[in-house]
Design a protein around this ligand. Sequence first.
Ligand SMILES: Cc1cc2nc3c(=O)[nH]c(=O)nc-3n(C[C@H](O)[C@H](O)[C@H](O)COP(=O)(O)O)c2cc1C
Length: 158
Amino acid sequence: MAKVLVIYYSRTGNTKKMAEFIGEGVKKEGLEAVIKDVGEVEADELLRYEALIIGSPTYYGTMAGQIKQLFDETVKFHGKLEGKIGAAFASSANIAGGNETTILDILNAMLIHGMIIQGDPMGDHYGAVAIAAPDSRVAKQCSRLGSRVAKLVKKCTS
Ligand SMILES: Cc1cc2nc3c(=O)[nH]c(=O)nc-3n(C[C@H](O)[C@H](O)[C@H](O)COP(=O)(O)O)c2cc1C
């Protein structure tokens, strides 16, 4: 079975909750979802999954240092993530607090790795976003993101 790795960093639980909703969306499509705190992830592990969904709180408009550090560690196998599917999500304290720039920074690193990114014309366009504690809108968008990534994995691996 194709596997999707959902990685998050979260100090106060908001981004972690989003990761859980995303995992539910992946499972709805019949794929395995592994959800991990970035502190539990060894960079080499990323090679074992068909898709990576990475989320961060917004720190000064970009990803937390812990997520950036993971990306920096991937340089040792640069080129080997090519063709994997990627997606991102972010939490912030404020509307217009930089959650979309955080997502775009994560997607930027994924694109440099040669990963495949799908936008969303109807839902959260760049990836799921939350302002503070995730509400029912966020739950829906996160689940939607997980399901869309899983569907794309199935398309690309069939
Ligand atoms: C160092 C730091 C920088 C932050 N920078 C921003 C910011 O630029 N914009 C914003 O809206 N929120 C900012 N926040 C708030 C967090 O993004 C927000 O509280 C988020 O929901 C925390 O997610 P978590 O519960 O997963 O830790 C910042 C918080 C910290 C600790």
